[in-house]
Design a protein around this ligand. Sequence first.
Ligand code: C5P
Length: 229
Amino acid sequence: MFVSAIIPAAGFGERMGATISKQFLMLNGKPILVHTLERFQACEMVKEIIVATQSSSLSLIEEIREKYSLTKLKPPVEGGERRQDSISNALRYVDEQCDIISVHDAVRPFVHLKEITQSIETAKYYGASIVAVRAKDTMKQASTDGRVEKTLNRSSLWSVQTPQTFQKKILLDAYRFAEMNDLMATDDSFLVEQIGISPIIVEGSYENIKVTTPDDLLLAELLVQRFVP
Ligand code: C5P
């Protein structure tokens, strides 16, 4: 089995309010992106890692490859305007032998090896998998002016993370379908669902946060002290 990991890292991180993109912010002496890449480097099933990044950061990725001995890292590719565009571009560069693709946000450095491997095993068997955690809070659906419309049934709600892993053909078909029908999504699962496939949920951990806002960075600084991959 040949597994390719795609790491979208082309966001500007406006919500962080920092001058450098959030994936390059330092955490315990290393850029957040490096923590993330080390998780995939350590996973034996993963054979190559493709990072999509802004054109101004392409050489930085090459430097990171050397400095942290990330031997599975392929030459980086340019990201696009939306996350979906960044992944779409990376898809053009996966190895010919690849049969499984695992997509993981650059800004989720606390993914456990177990979540990566379970996600791959599940996709190998069922076609598509997503890592998610059970919703902790009661969720309400509201109108745009903030009026509660209904209370959702919490027991059936999941908070979705990455990795999201797919058999290559499924992900390529989903992206082709999205392009033809002008679909937009914030996760890959949505696009795969549109071609009639229901990904299987792999229960993950609440530590697998997406470092998006300054609050998340504070939490990440605490988590990094006790994180066991
Ligand atoms: O913006 P969001 O929180 O959805 O970002 C999730 C991941 O997607 C981040 O790792 C970010 O760098 C990446 N991204 C990207 N290309 C974009 C926007 C976001 O690769 N145009």
